[in-house]
Design a protein around this ligand. Sequence first.
Ligand code: ACO
Length: 323
Amino acid sequence: MKSVYAKLIGTGGYLPEKKLSNKDLEKVVETSHDWIVERTGIVNRHIADDSQATSDLALIAATEAIKSAGLKNNDIDLILVATTTPDQIFPSTACILQQKLKINNNCAAFDMQAVCSGFVYALSIADSFIKAGNAKNVLVVGAEILSRIINWHDRTTCILFGDGAGAVVLTQHDKPGILSTCLHSNGDHVSLLQVPGGIGKKDLDPNHQFIQMRGNEVFKMAVNTLGKIADETLQKNSIKKEDINWLVPHQANLRIIKATAKKLALGLDKVIITVQDQGNTSSASVPLALHTGIGDGRIKNGDIVLLEAFGGGFTWGSALLKL
Ligand code: ACO
């Protein structure tokens, strides 16, 4: 039987109109523009309007991705939404998105929860569905309204995060487009990065609905882990550092991005960086950065692109793409 592969044929992105600058945050918590820029590289982040749900952000990014792929909504036969801030407990944001896209074929839809690594996880699942012949055109979205799970009195977290959505469309192809994916997790460090609230136990502490992070410990773990996943990806594909044209990293912190680029001996001119204008948008950050790099013409057809992410769980992963 002839092999089939997944190829990326469209991207889309959406950032809410409202911007929140470091100067704005200086009025909310005891912090400074200089501290935030020096420690994180972030200057602005976008904040969703009260009337918007995660699926609304996803809808705009998805519509653009499907259009740029040259497809109609009903050509999509699998929708995966990576999100940590779903519209509701159920149904999935993917099903709500399906309804908003008016996709009424035999499409399947479900959510992926791997926090900041969610998009890379979803991309890997999409790749497997296509390779197995179980889907032809897959819409993969990363969408978040993190501003609703932030404690705006906690300066150690509220400066970091933003809202947004990014989307890609993958299609069946006769040559490899997704060259490999590597996924990992380690549940031993839940207390370092979490939103403790949920339905697992009766919990009346209002602070438990917000992100809690021991940033310094997460930082060290992220730098170390992302270096290892870069090595693992190179080995798995039998390629050298210099074969990589572009690094599209999760946008959590400019210092983490620089450390990963250094490990790969890549100049920052070969790294797509959006963190300064968007903050950490969790599962949306990698597809938004990919959309930016492709949209402004830096990433071209034929380029080898390394996507990588690290997030709560801990989860981490990579995807190597040939555009
Ligand atoms: N403004 C001013 N000072 C601050 C702020 C702030 N916003 N936040 C913390 N500080 C202070 C601290 O209180 C501390 O003061 P002290 O020395 O008097 O105790 C000092 O600054 C240093 O704090 P650290 O936490 O050690 O600062 P660090 O250099 O580690 O930077 C940061 C903090 C930016 C959070 C960093 O640790 C980081 O980026 N961590 C990783 C985040 C990440 O990658 N998360 C993973 C993905 S997110 C997800 O999955 C949802």
